[in-house]
Design a protein around this ligand. Structure first.
Ligand code: UD1
Length: 417
C-alpha cells in the first residue's frame, strides 16, 4: 500500500476543502511543551509528520488525545527524556523541540534531525542563536546534546531568515526573563501563527509579521484553544493541479491572504480566480499559458514548497520557463522522474532549470522520494495520457492528509494501492 495509481486526462471539476497547515501545526505542537497545562487545537492535519511529533510528545510524558476534530495536548506530566532516534532522524521538525525543551528542562539530547532529502539543510543558525542565549552544545556519540543553566535574553540577528531558527528562538525566549530581540526573522505565515498561538497563552511577542521581533519573557503560559489555519501549500498544490488538464474548482477555506504569489502565477498562466468569503473559485484554460520565469523566495515570494508542483505543470505549458530555486539546493530531483513521462528539461546550473512545454505527457511508473516532489509527480500524472503509477506514497502522506481522496473529489481518477 505505498503507491498511487492515476488515470490521466480527466478534467478537474468540483470542490475540495483544504486541510490544516502542517508547517503551522508542527511548531505549535512542540510549543505545547511550554504550557504546563492543556492546549486544545482545532484543524490539526492528520498527516504522518503530525503523528510523528505526537509520538515524541507522548514519549516525553505528554498526554495526547484526539476528540474528533479537536486535539488535546496536556503537557503537565512532561519530563525530560530521550527523543527516539528513529523519529528524530526521520523528521526535520524534531529540531523544533530544542527551544521548548531547553526552556522547560534546560537540557536535551537528540539525534540530528532528518526530513526530506532536499539539500544540506544544516542547523547552524538554530545552534548559533541558542548559543547566544547561553546554550552549550556538544556532540555526544553522534548525538546532539544541548544544555543551559538558565536561558538569558539576547539581541540576535539571523544572517538568513530561516523559518525553523526563527521559531526556535521564539520558543526559547517566550519564558526567558528579560527582552529578546530578533532581527532578520522569517516572516512566513507559519511563524506569525506560532506567535499568535503563544500570545493567546499570555506570551508577549511584538512585531508579528515583520522581520524584527521583540519577545518579552513571561513566567507562565496559560492554557488555550487555538485553530490551526488552512495549509497554503496544499491549497497551492491543488490550484496548480487545475492546469494539468483544465476545468474548474472551488478551494474551500484556501488561505488566500497568504497565497498571493501562487495566485499571481496562476493568473499569469491563464486561470481566472474569483475570491469568495470562504475560498477561491478557479477556472483553468485547457493548456497553461506562457510563464517565462519563476523564482522561489522567502515569503511573500513564490514558495519553494510549490516549486516542484509548478515544474510539473510547466512540463505541458506553452513556451519555455526558467525555474530558479533560491531556498534549497537539490530540489530538482524529480526531473529524472518527469523525463520518464516525456518532459523536456535543460539544467542551466545547480539552481536553475529550463523546462520546455510539450503538448502531452505520457503515463509512466515513477518514484516519489520526498514530500513535495511526490505531490508534483501526482499532479503531472493527472494530465498525462494513460496510466501512471507513483511509488513512495509514504513521503506524500507526510504532508497531505489524503491526496487521492481530495483529487477524487475534484473528479480525478486516482487511487492508492
Ligand atoms: C521550513 C518548512 C519547509 C519550507 C522552508 C522554507 C517546516 C516544518 N518546514 O523548513 O516546508 O520549505 O521552511 O520556507 O516549517 N538553513 C541553514 N542553516 C540553518 C537553517 C536553515 O543554512 O540553521 C538553510 C536551509 O538549508 C535552507 C534555507 O536555510 O537552504 C531555508 O531553511 P529554513 O527556512 O530553516 O527551512 P526549514 O525551517 O527547515
Amino acid at each position: 500500500m505505498d503507491s498511487i495509481r492515476v488515470q490521466g486526462m480527466a478534467p478537474l471539476q468540483g470542490k475540495v476543502k483544504i486541510q490544516g497547515s502542517k508547517n503551522a501545526a508542527l511548531p505549535i505542537l512542540a510549543a505545547s511543551l511550554l504550557i504546563e497545562g492543556q492546549v486544545l487545537l482545532e484543524n490539526v492535519p492528520k498527516i504522518s509528520d503530525v503523528y510523528g511529533m505526537l509520538h515524541i510528545l507522548e514519549e516525553l510524558g505528554c498526554h495526547v488525545r484526539w476528540e474528533r476534530e479537536l486535539l488535546r495536548v496536556d503537557s503537565r506530566r512532561a519530563k525530560l527524556g530521550g527523543i527516539s532516534a528513529e523519529l528524530a532522524k526521520s523528521m526535520r521538525s524534531s529540531i523544533f523541540l530544542l527551544g521548548p525543551m531547553l526552556s522547560r528542562f534546560h537540557e536535551v539530547t537528540m539525534e540530528y534531525p532528518g526530513g526530506c532529502v532536499i539539500g544540506k539543510r544544516p542547523i547552524d543558525l538554530h545552534l548559533e542563536a541558542l548559543r547566544r542565549m547561553g546554550v552549550q552544545f556538544v556532540d555526544e556519540n553522534g548525538q546532539l546534546r544541548a544544555s543551559v543553566k538558565a536561558l538569558h535574553p539576547a539581541a540576535l540577528e539571523l544572517p538568513f531568515p530561516s523559518v525553523g531558527a526563527t521559531e526556535n528562538v521564539i520558543m526559547a525566549a517566550v519564558k526567558t526573563e528579560g527582552v529578546t530581540l530578533l532581527r532578520g526573522a522569517a516572516r512566513e505565515p507559519e511563524v506569525q501563527v506560532l506567535c499568535e498561538f503563544l500570545n493567546s497563552c499570555g506570551a508577549s511577542i511584538l512585531g508579528i509579521g515583520t522581520n524584527f521581533l521583540r519577545i518579552e519573557g513571561v513566567r507562565h503560559l496559560r492554557e488555550t484553544r487555538f485553530r490551526i489555519p488552512s495549509d497554503r501549500i496544499v491549497a497551492g498544490t491543488y490550484l496548480l493541479a487545475g492546469f494539468s488538464c483544465g476545468g474548474s474548482m472551488f478551494l474551500e477555506e484556501a488561505p488566500l491572504r497568504h497565497m498571493e504569489a501562487v495566485c499571481s502565477v496562476a493568473q499569469k498562466m491563464g486561470a481566472t480566480l474569483t475570491v469568495s468569503e470562504n475560498g477561491i473559485y478557479a477556472q483553468f484554460p485547457e493548456r497553461a499559458g506562457e510563464l517565462p520565469l519563476v523564482r522561489t523566495n522567502i515569503y511573500p515570494g513564490f514558495p519553494t514548497d510549490l516549486q516542484s508542483v509548478l515544474l510539473a505543470v510547466r512540463c505541458t505549458g506553452r513556451g519555455k520557463t526558467l525555474v530558479q530555486e533560491n531556498i534549497f539546493e537539490n530540489r530538482f530531483r524529480i526531473i529524472d522522474e518527469l523525463k520518464k513521462m516525456g518532459a523536456c528539461f535543460r539544467m542551466v546550473n545547480e539552481r536553475e532549470v529550463e523546462v520546455t512545454g510539450v503538448p502531452k505527457l505520457l503515463g509512466a511508473s515513477m518514484e516519489a522520494r520526498e514530500l513535495r516532489g511526490g505531490a508534483a509527480l501526482v499532479v503531472a500524472a493527472l494530465g498525462a495520457k494513460g496510466e501512471s503509477r507513483i511509488s513512495g506514497r509514504r513521503f506524500i502522506d507526510r504532508g497531505y492528509e489524503n491526496i487521492c481522496r481530495d483529487l477524487r473529489e475534484l473528479g480525478a481518477r486516482i487511487v492508492s494501492e
